[in-house]
Design a protein around this ligand. Structure first.
Ligand SMILES: NC(=O)c1ccc[n+]([C@@H]2O[C@H](COP(=O)([O-])OP(=O)(O)OC[C@H]3O[C@@H](n4cnc5c(N)ncnc54)[C@H](OP(=O)(O)O)[C@@H]3O)[C@@H](O)[C@H]2O)c1
Length: 304
């Protein structure tokens, strides 16, 4: 049945990109990983593919891969799994290969990348996906599927077909005609948890034991709730505070990706999380000083 399935390219061979690529190859979805350079491609070939631990045991999967530095066949379907700040430069590097009107599914945290891509290539059909799957990369070209979750996809007229194509094995993708709401909920949850864990260098659950951090966490949510009526997203923020506290409790031992980025001096996704919220608030003339202060504090850290 493979002949009926579209070919997907995956840009961003980190934890999430390798996770999708690994299940894709095991479930006959034709897929090619796009690596940033010829050098990365030779390292990938030396490694023999992706060492994937999907259900406890590790197996080496010899996936197809190409370099962004080389020309190749046109790309009609792109799953974008780079971190938000790397996305537009990564897409620019393969732009000559992207077919006119290509479908690009943004599978990332944060908001604002879609706007950047459409400035670069107004013809692209951009979709958003929001996932609670958990994966990490113990070393280059290795991936561990650490937590099962769910994935929603929407943003255009073809979301049902794209969701079906990207559902591989246990990675179930559900079309969501209200993806904007899911994106905003995830954005606010990220705004409430990630910058504070990075600032206080703590695990998610430790925010509840730190009175100052907890006060700021509630402040971030209060400000998001003030912005809510201006966003015309319906009742999307109902129960948000409870949901944020649930996420903190359920992920108490996790070290957020923003904390990990800050600790290793990598650029974090703050501009696409708190930064995005601050830009939207400014457009609506709403002051959100707690979020703005967090943005400034995070941006002042080394590597940001
Ligand atoms: N990991 C999770 O469990 C999880 C869950 C939900 C959402 N997310 C979101 O998913 C997104 C990806 O996260 P991740 O954990 O997979 O990050 P990651 O492991 O850091 O992977 C990002 C990948 O992008 C690649 N990349 C960066 N710039 C590139 C370029 N110009 N050309 C080609 N490739 C490039 C990197 O390549 P190099 O290896 O060459 O540096 C890296 O392999 C983020 O927005 C994250 O917040 C992650």
């Amino acid at each position: 049945m493979t002949s009926h399935r579209s070919h997907w390219h995956i840009l961003g061979a980190g934890a999430i990109g390798s996770l999708w690529a690994s299940y894709a190859v095991k479930h006959d979805l034709p897929t090619t990983l796009l690596l940033r350079s010829d050098e990365r491609l030779s390292q990938f070939k030396m490694a023999g593919g992706i060492l994937a631990t999907l259900a406890g045991s590790a197996e080496l999967l010899p996936l197809a891969a190409e370099s962004c530095e080389q020309n190749g066949p046109p790309i009609a379907r792109l799953l974008l799994t780079t971190k938000a700040p790397d996305s537009s430069s990564a897409v620019a590097s393969i732009s000559p290969r992207l077919a006119s009107g290509a479908c690009v599914v943004l599978l990332q945290n944060g908001l604002g990348v879609r706007e950047e891509l459409l400035k670069l290539r107004p013809d692209l059909q951009c979709y958003h996906a929001v996932t609670t799957e958990g994966a990490f990369r113990p070393a280059p070209f290795q991936v561990v599927h650490a937590g099962r979750g769910r994935t929603l996809l929407g943003g255009g007229s073809n979301d049902k077909a794209l969701a079906r194509e990207l559902s591989v094995g246990p990675l179930v993708v559900t079309p969501d005609p209200n993806i904007e709401q899911a994106l905003w909920r995830k954005l606010i949850i990220n705004c409430a948890i990630n910058p504070l864990t990075a600032l206080y260098r703590c695990r998610n659950g430790e925010l509840l034991d730190n009175p100052q951090a907890l006060q700021q966490l509630h402040g971030v949510i209060d400000e998001a709730l003030c912005l809510a009526p201006h966003l015309q997203l319906g009742d999307v923020f109902d129960g948000l505070r409870e949901q944020v506290l649930d996420v903190v409790a359920n992920t108490a031992l996790n070290r957020s990706s923003m904390l990990q980025d800050i600790e290793s001096g990598r650029r974090s996704e703050i501009d696409y999380i708190t930064g995005y919220l601050c830009r939207v608030a400014e457009q609506h003339g709403i002051a959100i000083p707690i979020n703005r202060q967090l943005l400034e504090q995070l941006k002042a850290l080394p590597g940001q």
